[in-house]
Structures are given as structure tokens and as C-alpha cells.
Design a protein around this ligand. Structure first.
Ligand SMILES: [Zn+2]
Length: 434
């Protein structure tokens, strides 16, 4: 038995926040509360950990991760991505289908799920593609893909350009009960841009992507969710126009959720250096006005959840000039620490809302057994030290890639132990910081 004493437990699913003990046995939470010793079985030996001054959170549930396997293992693979996940406090994740080949059939969906199980760290669940080869023309066999382990469907990385295909996808996905995860980007409007269009892109002489490239497709998909009654999840929301569409769709009672990525809450287009393509991401870093609106929407629940959009690329690819480098940032190992450092510590976001948005709500939306420390739940949890400081460094990451804009920054607040199913899968104390 594992007995964690005197932790500051935050578990929004139970409405719990306070100094408590937690006992776990056989991979599941046995008991949580004040003075639980009386209720524990007699004569059992327990590993006791004093957690005074530390938080105990349910493990994070990250619904937007690119693990790059199969086909791009030089950037990441399922094992390295799983190690990165548990270092960042992520105990369950959904991985995207834009691999090579695309995860659009039963065999590949099952393969990814199986390799995730064999890595035996975080729980890995595949999202399968909406269209075959992510070519945007022909729908995948969604019911079969769900039977092979898919938890939802997404052409993330590209988006479904054809409105009729998206309408059909929302219609068919209803039969599976799974959400369609929409990467909202009108390719014609995006027009080959490399950062958000505005003063900052003009000042740098870079081609800008107008906010409408996202908002127009978000509005389309919200309306199609309304028309079909399908389940829609908007990935990486980054503009006020998308928020307006989301607000209208939710007010109408349609089945829509949305996520925001930490980098869109912390950085803006003014932070983009011409010489560092680790700041190049899609959707691009927002204007300050959009960033402030996103944070308010996360705080008040209009945006349901946080997700990392961990998107590894090799050093060589990211060393290219800004306009030519690929889009994407690694984030699994820094998302929680960055949100804690830049949003929770300054009082812009509460710890309870952070855990609600990065654990309880995503588990609920995608039907995962995770996101809570209720008795009987899997003992997926993280011990979090709000004062642990580390400088973000490529030398100190499990991910094969280190294309994060936070390189060199000192972050404060890290998970120090991660358990999955009651098993300790990461211990920061055993790996001294750089
Ligand atoms: Zn995307």
C-alpha cells in the first residue's frame, strides 16, 4: 500500500481542496481525506511519504500530443514521448494521427495503442484521422477505428477544408460517441503565412496568417455541430473570433468543447524573434488582446481545457530560417511548469481551475478513466512542488526534441513524482536538475 500524508490535495471532480492523506492499493485510490488511518486495513505495511508543503493532483490528461510514431522517429517516438509525458505530470494522453503513414486504419490504431501499453508509462490513446490519408476527401471507417482504440477523430495538422466532408464526419462520428477534433485553419486564408498577421508580422517582414483563417473555420464547424448534433472539439483556440463562435454554439446548447495551449496564454506575436523558429507554431502566437481574451475564457470555463500541442521537430529542421522551419513546439515537459510560473503564481489562474482544465474535464470529454482521485479511481497522480525551480534545457529532457520557446528560462513549480496505476514512473528527486 502507498500512503501519502499531509498533501495539499486538489481534486475538482470531488470538489476537494485541502491538506489530506491518500492511500492507494492495487493500482487504485483506496481512500482520501483527513485522518484516514482509522479506515485503513489492519496489519498492512505501507510505503509512507510525507508530502507536507507539496500538492497532490490527479495526473494530467493531455488531449493534444504528437508522438510522431510511426514514421518520424527522429523527432519523437512512443517511448520517448511517454517518458516526456510523465516527467511533465501527464499520465494519460491522446496522440494525433498525422504520422507517416497517417493513422487511418485499424492496424495502425491498434499498433499505437499497443506500443503505448508496452512503454508502460503514461496511458496512450490514439486519435484516428477523419479522412483517409488526411487527404480531406474520403471518410475513415470510424466505428472500426473506435473498436481498435481510437478515442476521437482528427485531421490535426491540416484541418478538413471541405465543409461537406466535415458535415458528414460530424454526422458519422455521432454513431461512435467520439468527438471530432477540429484543427481550424482555412488554408486559402492562411495563405502560406508564418506568424500572426498584424503589426508584429509587418515589423518583421514576415507573411502573416490572419486570425480569420482560424475563426472562419471555427464558425463553420460550430454551425455544422449545431446542424448535425455531432460532438465537436476545437483544438488550440487562439483568436477572439473563435471564442465568439464557441460562445454562440455553447449558448445554443450544442455539443462543443475547446482547448487552449499554454503558449497561447503566455506568449504573443511581439515575442517572436526572427532568429528563433522555436517560436513558430500553428496556430501562431496571438496578439496581446487575443491572449488576454483566451486567458479570461479559460478562467471562466468558456474554454473547457488545456492541452499541450506537443509537436517535436529536430534541431536541424528548427535551425532553418524562420520562414522555412516547420511549425510546432515541444511542451509535454514544460506545460505545467510554464502555466504555474506565468499564470498560477501571479494569480491569473487558480490551481483548482488549472487541474480542472488539464485533468478532470479532458478525461470526461474523451471518456477516459482518469482525472480524479476518488476512491476506486486509477491511482494516476502527481506530487507537485510549487517551489521546485529548473532552467529549461535540452540536456534535461526525455523528449528527443527540444524545440521549446522556453529554453533557457527558469520555471518554478514542477511535478516531482508521477504515479500511473499506483506505480512510480518518474521521480525528479532521483534526477537532479540541470
Ligand atoms: Zn493543429
Amino acid at each position: 500500500m502507498l500512503w501519502l500524508k499531509n498533501a495539499r490535495v486538489i481534486d475538482p471532480a470531488q470538489g476537494v481542496a485541502g491538506i489530506m492523506d491518500l492511500a492507494a492499493r492495487d493500482g487504485r485510490v483506496l481512500s482520501v481525506g483527513r485522518d484516514i488511518a482509522a479506515g485503513l486495513p489492519d496489519g498492512e505495511t505501507a510505503e509512507v511519504i510525507d508530502c507536507a508543503g507539496k500538492y497532490l493532483f490527479p495526473g494530467l490528461v493531455d488531449v493534444h500530443v504528437h508522438l510522431r510514431e510511426p514514421g518520424q522517429e527522429e523527432k519523437e517516438d512512443i517511448t520517448s514521448g511517454s517518458r516526456a509525458a510523465v516527467r511533465g505530470g501527464v499520465t494519460s494522453l491522446l496522440c494525433m494521427a498525422n504520422t507517416e503513414p497517417v493513422i487511418d486504419n485499424q492496424a495502425l490504431t491498434a499498433l499505437v495503442a499497443d506500443r503505448g501499453r508496452r512503454a508502460a508509462l503514461a496511458r496512450i490513446y490514439p486519435l484516428a484521422a477523419v479522412t483517409k490519408g488526411m487527404a480531406g476527401a474520403e471518410l475513415t471507417e470510424m466505428a472500426e477505428l473506435k473498436a481498435s482504440g481510437a478515442k476521437g477523430f482528427s485531421d490535426d495538422g491540416r484541418g478538413v477544408q471541405n465543409g461537406e466532408i466535415m458535415r458528414l464526419a460530424l454526422e458519422y462520428a455521432k454513431l461512435t460517441g467520439c468527438p471530432i477534433v477540429s484543427h481550424c485553419e482555412d488554408a486559402a486564408l492562411a495563405g502560406g503565412g508564418v506568424m500572426r498577421r498584424g503589426r508584429a508580422s509587418a515589423a518583421r517582414g514576415l507573411i502573416g496568417i490572419p486570425g480569420a483563417a482560424e475563426s472562419v473555420m471555427a464558425a463553420r464547424d460550430v454551425l455544422l455541430a449545431g446542424e448535425t448534433g455531432g460532438r465537436l472539439h476545437l483544438a488550440h483556440v487562439s483568436t477572439q473570433g473563435t471564442l465568439a463562435a464557441l460562445r454562440a454554439g455553447k449558448a445554443a446548447g450544442w455539443d462543443i468543447t475547446a482547448e487552449v495551449n499554454p503558449h497561447h496564454l503566455i506568449l504573443t506575436d511581439e515575442d517572436v524573434p526572427l532568429t528563433n523558429s522555436n517560436f513558430k507554431v500553428n496556430p501562431p502566437l496571438p496578439t496581446a488582446e487575443d491572449r488576454d481574451a483566451l486567458l479570461a475564457a479559460l478562467a471562466d470555463g468558456l474554454i473547457d481545457m488545456l492541452a499541450s500541442d506537443h509537436a517535436p521537430h529536430t534541431w536541424e529542421e528548427k535551425a532553418r530560417p524562420f520562414a522555412e522551419a516547420p511549425f510546432g513546439m515541444t511542451a509535454l515537459e514544460t506545460a505545467l511548469a510554464a502555466v504555474w510560473t506565468y499564470l498560477v503564481r501571479p494569480g491569473k489562474l487558480t490551481a483548482a481551475r488549472l487541474i480542472d482544465a488539464y485533468s478532470r474535464r479532458p478525461a470526461e470529454r474523451f471518456g477516459l478513466e482518469a482525472g480524479t482521485l476518488k476512491p476506486g479511481a486509477p491511482a494516476d497522480m502527481i506530487l507537485f512542488d510549487p517551489d521546485w525551480e529548473e532552467t529549461v534545457s535540452a540536456d534535461n529532457m526525455a523528449s528527443k526534441s527540444a524545440n521549446t520557446p522556453f529554453l533557457g528560462r527558469r520555471l518554478r513549480g514542477y511535478p516531482i513524482k508521477t504515479w500511473v496505476g499506483g506505480r512510480l514512473v518518474f521521480d525528479r528527486l532521483a534526477q537532479p536538475p540541470v
